[in-house]
Design a protein around this ligand. Structure first.
Ligand SMILES: Nc1nc2c(ncn2[C@@H]2O[C@H](COP(=O)(O)OP(=O)(O)O)[C@@H](O)[C@H]2O)c(=O)[nH]1
Ligand SMILES: [Mg+2]
Length: 393
C-alpha cells in the first residue's frame, strides 16, 4: 500500500515535511483523476524522481502541469520512501498530500506512518520525545532509540537471544528487563512532568513558595486566609527533571462553599501527586485547631519549615527544610531535596528506560513470557513492537 503523511506538527512553521512511501516513479507519471498528465515534481537538475540519488536533497518545482507550481526540496530516503519539504503554511502541505492521495496513496497520521516505516516502538519514542521539555530528558529519550544501549537495543538483543535459543544470554537479559521495570517511574517522567503539590494550612505561604520556586509571579499572595481557591499550576524543571507544581487552597475547616470546593480539589491533588510539599509556618505558634498533616498522600511528603526569616515560634519538624520565600533562603536546598525525593538514585545516562506506561506494561508482559519459557508469545510481542508493520508495494 502506498501512503502519504504530514510529519510536521500542526501550527505555523518555516517548513512542512510530507513523507511518501511508494514507488518513486509515481511522481514522474501519476495517474490523475482529472485526466491531467505530467510529473508532480520537476527536479531543477532535470532528472526524473526515480533517477535521483538517495539521501541527496534536490531542489525542484511541485505541481502537475496546468496548476501553479511551487519550490520544494525533495529527498529520497530509500528506494520506496521520499520526503517533500515545502513551505510551512498549511496550503502547500495540503496540496502535496492531496496530489499524492489522488495519485493513489492513502493519507495516514505521522504516528501510523512511523509504525509502518520503523516500528511501533520508534513511533512511541518519537511521540514521547515531542513532549520532553528538558535537554536531559531529550537525550535520554534519544538513547532509547539507538542501537547500543537503550530500550530498542535491549529488546532487539532479547529477540535475537530468543531466536537463537541462547539460554544463558537470555538469563542476563531478563535481569536487564527487570532493572528497566524497576526504573519505570523515572522513564515515564521523561515525557510527563512529575506532579508536586504545595499544601498546608491557609497563610502558611504556599502561593509565595510557588512563586519563589518558579522565579516569577504566578500565584496571588495575600495576608487574607483563603485567597487561593483553585489549583494554580505551573511547569518548571530542576536539573533536567520536569515538574508541574500545584499551589492549592489552604486546608482548614470552613463553611464557605467556594473555599470548601477549593479544599476538595486540594485533597484530590494530594492523592495523585508524586510528591507533597507540606508547609508549616515557623513564625506562629502551633495551635490545637491546626489541620493535621494529610495521611492519604500518594507520594512521599517533604516538610517545609516556612518563613524562616522570622523568629521561630515553634520547633522545626524533623527532617524539614527551612525556607523563606521572602529572602530566598533555603530555596536551593529545597530544590535539591525535591530532586532527591522524586529520584533517590539517578539512573546512569545511557541506560534503557520505558518512556510510557504502555511500554512498561508490555515489558512486564514480556518478562512473564520469558520467565515462563513461552518463547513463541514473547517473540510475537517483540515482532509486533519492534518491527516495521507495513511494506509498501
Ligand atoms: N516573613 C515571611 N512572610 C511570608 C513568607 N512567605 C509568605 N509570607 C507572607 O504570608 C502571607 C500569606 O502568603 P501566601 O503565599 O498568600 O500564603 P498561602 O495562603 O499559603 O498561599 C502573605 O502576607 C505573605 O507575604 C516568608 O517566607 N516570610
Ligand atoms: Mg495561596
Amino acid at each position: 500500500m502506498w501512503r502519504v503523511s504530514l510529519l510536521t506538527p500542526p501550527g505555523r512553521g518555516a517548513i512542512a515535511v510530507v513523507a511518501f512511501t511508494g514507488p518513486a516513479d509515481v511522481l514522474d507519471c501519476p495517474t490523475s483523476a482529472d485526466g491531467r498528465a505530467g510529473p508532480l515534481f520537476l527536479a531543477a537538475r532535470g532528472l526524473p524522481v526515480a533517477a535521483l540519488p538517495l539521501v541527496t536533497p534536490c531542489l525542484g518545482r511541485w505541481g502537475a502541469p496546468g496548476s501553479a507550481a511551487e519550490d520544494v526540496v525533495l529527498v529520497r530516503r530509500a528506494d520506496n520512501r521520499l520526503e517533500v519539504h515545502c513551505h510551512g503554511g498549511r496550503a502547500a502541505a495540503e496540496r502535496i498530500l492531496g496530489d499524492l492521495e489522488t495519485a493513489g496513496a492513502e493519507v495516514v497520521s505521522w504516528f501510523d506512518d512511523l509504525v509502518a516505516y520503523r516500528g511501533l516502538i520508534h513511533a512511541e519514542l518519537v511521540e514521547a520525545l515531542s513532549r520532553a521539555t528538558t535537554w536531559q530528558a531529550t537525550a535520554r529519550l534519544l538513547t532509547q532509540q539507538n542501537d547500543q544501549s537503550g530500550l530498542v537495543a535491549t529488546l532487539t538483543a532479547v529477540r535475537e537471544a530468543l531466536l537463537s535459543k541462547q539460554t544463558a544470554e537470555l538469563g542476563v537479559l531478563t535481569g536487564r528487563l527487570q532493572t528497566i521495570v524497576a526504573r519505570a517511574a523515572f522513564g515515564e517522567h521523561l515525557a510527563q512532568p512529575w506532579q508536586v503539590v504545595l499544601a498546608g494550612p491557609p497563610n502558611v505561604g504556599k502561593s509565595s513558595l510557588l512563586n519563589a520556586l518558579l522565579g516569577y509571579h504566578r500565584a496571588i499572595v495575600s495576608p487574607i486566609a483563603g485567597t487561593t481557591r483553585d489549583v494554580v499550576t505551573a511547569e518548571t524543571a530542576i536539573e533536567g527533571l520536569a515538574l508541574r507544581l500545584a499551589d492549592t487552597a489552604g486546608l482548614r475547616e470552613t463553611a464557605e462553599p467556594l473555599e470548601r470546593s477549593g479544599i476538595e480539589l486540594t485533597r484530590e491533588q494530594l492523592v495523585t501527586a508524586d510528591l507533597t510539599l507540606w508547609l508549616v509556618d515557623l513564625s506562629i505558634p502551633e495551635t490545637s485547631s491546626e489541620i493535621a498533616f494529610p495521611a492519604n498522600t500518594r507520594g512521599p511528603v517533604l516538610v517545609v519549615a516556612h518563613k524562616c526569616d522570622r523568629p521561630a515560634l515553634r520547633p522545626i519538624p524533623d527532617g524539614a527544610v527551612c525556607v523563606s520565600s521572602r529572602t530566598g533562603a533555603g530555596i536551593p536546598e529545597l530544590l535539591t531535596a525535591i530532586h532527591r525525593a522524586l529520584v533517590p538514585i539517578e539512573p546512569e545516562p545511557e541506560c534503557a528506560l520505558t518512556a510510557l506506561p504502555e511500554q512498561t506494561l508490555r515489558l512486564k508482559q514480556l518478562l512473564e513470557q520469558v520467565v515462563h519459557g513461552d518463547d513463541r508469545a514473547a517473540l510475537e510481542l517483540l515482532d509486533d513492537w519492534l518491527l516495521p508493520r507495513g511494506r509498501s508495494s
